[in-house]
Design a protein. Structure first.
Length: 169
């Protein structure tokens, strides 16, 4: 009878060790895939935001659009000083060659290595409007789900560029 209990305990122990090894090997892969999925979704959202802004710019003064954006991870920053909208996130997924900026349409993609942790990266996606429009916003940092009203305020005579106002709704 004792032999059966010893066998049962050994089977449970071996099963636990095997599951632990599988989880230890699989969890980093799952985390990389999750980060990759987040980056792909964010790239799509940034392309939609860019299309909306460019549509509003081309339609003329008074044109406006409401766009819902969902950034579950990372931070979206609107830098009014240099007319740039950017998103960044710490990740374990290598989106591009570290330190080299690549373009995907109007979207700039830059991956930088974390200075303190090996195997971690910062992925940054940015849209530059410095030659197209003067971006103005009441929000400078967005995290989560937002309804953004994008409005063409007409020509700004000081900068000689179209003034685009981006507000949370």
């Amino acid at each position: 009878m004792a032999e059966i209990w010893v066998s049962a305990v050994l089977y449970v122990a071996i099963g636990t060790v095997v599951l632990t090894i599988i989880l230890a090997a699989g969890l980093p892969v799952i985390n990389k895939l999750r980060d990759k999925n987040t980056i792909v979704q964010t790239k799509n959202a940034m392309h939609e935001l860019d299309d909306t802004i460019r549509t509003v710019v081309n339609e003329g003064p008074g044109s406006q659009r409401l766009r819902t954006l969902d950034f579950r991870s990372g931070e979206l920053a609107i830098d009014q000083n240099i007319d740039k909208i950017s998103w960044k996130m710490e990740t374990r997924f290598l989106e591009s060659e570290p330190g080299i900026s690549i373009k995907e349409g109007t979207l700039d993609i830059l991956t930088e290595e974390d200075k303190y942790v090996v195997g971690k990266y910062w992925t940054k996606l940015s849209l530059d409007y410095s030659t197209v429009a003067d971006i103005d916003s009441t929000s400078t940092m967005l995290i989560g789900r937002y309804n953004l009203l994008i409005k063409n305020e007409g020509l700004d005579t000081a900068t000689n560029k179209i003034k685009i106002l981006i507000n949370e709704q």
